[in-house]
Design a binder for this molecule. Sequence first.
Ligand code: MV4
Length: 501
Amino acid sequence: MIKKVLIANRSEIACRIIRACKESGILTVAVYSDVDKNALHVLQADESVRLGPAPASESYLNQDLVLKAAIDSGCDSIHPGYGFLAENHDFNQKVIDAGLIFIGPNPESMRMLGSKTESRVAMINAGVPVAPGMKGGSKKISEFISEAEKAGYPVLIKAAAGGGGKGMRIVRSADEMEESVHSAMRESLSAFGSDEVFMEKYIESPRHVEIQIAADKHGNAVALFERECSIQRRHQKIIEEAPSTALNPELRKIMCDAAIDVVKAADYDSVGTVEFLLDKDGKYYFLEVNTRIQVEHPVTEMTTGIDLVKLQINIAAGEKMPFEQEDLIQTGHAIECRVYAEDADNNFMPSSGKILYLREPKGMGVRYDSGIMQGSDVTVFYDPVLAKLIVHGANREEARQRMIMALKDNVVLGVKTSIAYMAEILEHPEFISGNTQTDFIEKHMAERKVVPEEYTQAAMTAAALLAEKKKPQAVSSVNGQSGVHSPWQTVGKWEIATCKI
Ligand code: MV4
């Protein structure tokens, strides 16, 4: 039994975990850095512990501080969320050594899957398809060249410890090889502290399709189907959906079975995600396993009805999986948009400031997982995800329309957000057709129209009025209501989201 959880994270995922705990009658302890003293996750938890100054290395990433906070507050377990310490197998082991439960997989499974080369070898041995290429890492340029000739150019050099596209190099001919391998090694060493690199055939314009899995400590494993996550910008996902328009029931079953093979080969015992690349011919290739609860987990929750965070906690507590594969079905269609604090009209510069006004979208099939409220400070210290907007509909088109309405309904004043940009993607003919490959953004969004100046000015006026706490002018009649004070009325007819419908 888990009775009290320390949540070693912040923002929306900390709030999401607190919700799962409260619904299960589990006590929660939040941790915070100085800039997060008044953050939403701190207000929501039963207790809170200060870690240290704002930089993550002195707060959320400081293993000893986090562990001490858990022990001192009488927690029996730690939930790491995603990012920060979530996939650090040393921290995982330390938590266990201190006599607490780490809410995630066993540390050895996490360690093995953390290495791209080790997991690649394990998957080859388990019969899971991987892109043609080298089995493990190497430092011999001659080996890279001979393997590239076997696989065929172009090839992709990847960091064994990698993630987020760091240390990756596309190589189109043998004479580029030496230079590319060495620069990939240098980049990998400085980013991850390891210069181990390997090579795969480069799959052109693939989709990123991942399978949500869950495995308990009693040998049961299920697949909770796929998420389509191809809409990314510089390796940051923007929009995710389930089901994928690229899968039919046969391919879905094959990929889910492959994901279960991965789980078994890795002795995995938590919720997790098996990532695949899917090419134009419907061929799929194992990429990596994410051993955490993922940002985009809600689209799976909405289409299966399963609370993945509660499941993750119950599995960590040693409980048996409460369902079998045959009990699981995918219903309807879900889409998630990540609301980033960034300026889509200015090279996606991070935006910081105070949230002066927040209108959360609502309506049938609309879910808003956020880590902010009106008055929250958004700083540049951490990940810029403010909130996740998730919708569910009977089919993809209903979900898409619902998302556009919900984006319009979501007003955030005080910082720039990606809301309008996402509405543009959802309206794009290629998105509507379901043609979503990993190069979607560079292919279709490079030449986008910039937000009309008048909208920006209206938003700034409203924000300034709110900041000064000036009483907005009463408008005599709006929609038949008189004297209703709303920032929308003070600046006349305008839309902050700037999506034209
Ligand atoms: C690839 C690939 C093409 N071929 N591997 C990027 C991040 C890392 N996790 C794996 N990535 C890729 N691996 C082969 N053999 C293309 C990518 C890739 C990508 C993958 C998923 C989602 C977005 C992407 C954007 C660019 C490149």
